[in-house]
Design a binder for this molecule. Sequence first.
Ligand code: PGA
Length: 308
Amino acid sequence: MNITLRQLQVFEAVARHLNYTRAARELFLSQPAVSMKIKQLEDQLGEPLFEQIGKKIFLTEAGKEVYRYSLAIENQLDELQMVLAEMKGMQHGRLSLTVASTANYFVPTLLGIFSKRHQGVTVDIDVTNRENLLKALTANTTDFAIMGRPPKGLELEAHSFMPNPLVMLAAPDHPLAGRKRIPATELTGETFIMRERGSGTRAARERFFSEHDGVSFAKTMEMNSNEAIKQAVQAGLGLGVLSIHTIEVELMLKRLVVLNIEGFPIMRHWYIVHRHGKRFSTIALAFKEFVLNEAQSLLRVPTAEDAA
Ligand code: PGA
């Protein structure tokens, strides 16, 4: 059988209208061109598809079967078009992320895997601290934020996807290094290096020490990046509390140690956060699913034992 989609399309229009003139008008063809296409189709199928009774035309039994199949073929073609459009939407598009500075230690790994699967996706990333992140969400200038748990009451939807243990770090030659179950009060008199105001890590550490009173640090210093704090702790300037995600390499190279302080690690979690009711592109929805279903298994949360 050597029939074409165009012949079926012309046949379908004539069968639907049961009228050559109306079908020709719909298809922007002349009536003789429509009649010729139907004639060719009948010759190829070896069956008449219409019969004329008086001024009216009717479908023959064979015509009714061809009509049924031509509708099914058209439906399948529409479906194919939808599937292809969907696939295209998954491949292309822009994704905008605002990421807590600490989350930036693992987000690029996730994006690397995601962009390999969806080549053609463009990602805008803004790395900032928790306070600015909340501003970006409130102003609706980002699709998603990757951050610690957002405060309630901001019309946000937050889904947790991975633990974020915060640990107490010291230089390897610190007198408390290697000791087990050190009471927090033994930190009294230490110098403490902390993140800037607005950082989620800092807020969690402040909460911990306000619940464990009796510790008074000799001195506190403030630095606005995890990297600066790691360098300062390595250099013996003081102790620091940071997410374990930031120190994988330093633990392996034994440049930093995790102190075994009672009550530590402070357990935070990572969340993917967006405004409640936000309309997402196909690619943005795919990213959310990817983070929720795969991030934890694709990334490995380091542990203090990595130094062992
Ligand atoms: P950061 O971390 O703001 O200290 O970088 C994010 C968080 O833990 O909330």
